[in-house]
Design a protein around this ligand. Structure first.
Ligand SMILES: [Fe+2]
Ligand SMILES: [Fe+2]
Length: 249
């Protein structure tokens, strides 16, 4: 069952997390979050996910804002649980699509053909105005995709971190029980050790993230880290993590 949670709301700026799952494939369950940032009359949709959740997500988003108000749709990277529904969204909205320039050539394999609506991100990232605030695309390459970005929303001070910080949990209940950093470590560790390329990439991302005032880190799988203790415990763990090529032997 899908659910939603308001992560931030000050009256003019709102961040919403949807956790929609594909019930037909429960046996191979991967709990996925999708995010929406709304400021006044415009919105950004983050990692809308697969075709399996498209209908439900479109309905859930429509309850908050009209789909023609979605200005940007951002994909942290190219994976199917992030971007496979791109063609549906290109029909349902007039949005521009933001993704690393590395993945532009691959999107047609999801059936997407409207290349003029793509805003490819250079490796160094970008900062774009959004209402009176800005959105910053923070490079997160090789964590785990070679063309990967986190999205920082300056107003809410939430970092949408894609697969970084993802807890691979078997179901929703556990998701909530395993909320504190130490309780969810067992769901973070195997995923990060295998899917992240190496400690050097972890340290580079962490040092950039540490420069940002942060209220929460919201990953694509599992609950957000939303206390100062959990954010700092997570960053400390992540920058010390041996993963990927570090464990080659
Ligand atoms: Fe991924
Ligand atoms: Fe993912």
């Amino acid at each position: 069952m899908g659910k939603e949670q308001i992560l931030y709301d000050d009256g003019t700026h709102k961040c919403i997390m949807f956790s929609l799952d594909d019930e037909e494939v429960e046996d191979f369950f991967l709990s996925v979050n999708q995010f929406l940032i709304i400021q006044n009359n415009s919105a950004v949709l983050i990692d809308p996910g697969s075709e399996a959740v498209y209908e439900e997500l479109r309905e859930a988003v429509s309850k908050h804002i009209s789909l023609d108000r979605i200005k940007y749709i951002f994909f942290s990277h190219q994976d199917p649980d992030v971007a496979a529904s791109i063609t549906h969204w290109s029909i349902a909205t007039q949005a521009e699509f933001i993704i690393s320039k590395l993945w532009i050539r691959f999107l047609s394999h999801y059936g997407f053909m409207e290349m003029s609506r793509l805003l490819p991100l250079e490796d160094g990232g970008a900062k774009i105005g959004f209402g009176q605030e800005y959105l910053r695309f923070v490079p997160a390459h090789f964590l785990h995709s070679p063309g990967n970005f986190s999205l920082y929303d300056s107003r809410s001070q939430i970092l949408f971190s894609g697969d970084i910080g993802a807890a691979i949990v078997p179901n929703d209940t556990l998701n909530n029980e395993a909320k504190s950093f130490h309780n969810r470590l067992e769901y973070l560790e195997p995923f990060h050790k295998r899917y992240m390329a190496g400690n050097r990439a972890c340290r580079k991302w962490s040092s950039e993230v540490r420069k940002l005032p942060l209220k929460a880190i919201a990953p694509q799988h599992g609950a957000p880290f939303d206390t100062a203790e959990d954010i700092s415990a997570f960053l400390e763990w992540f920058e010390g993590l041996q993963c990927g090529m570090d464990l080659e032997d």
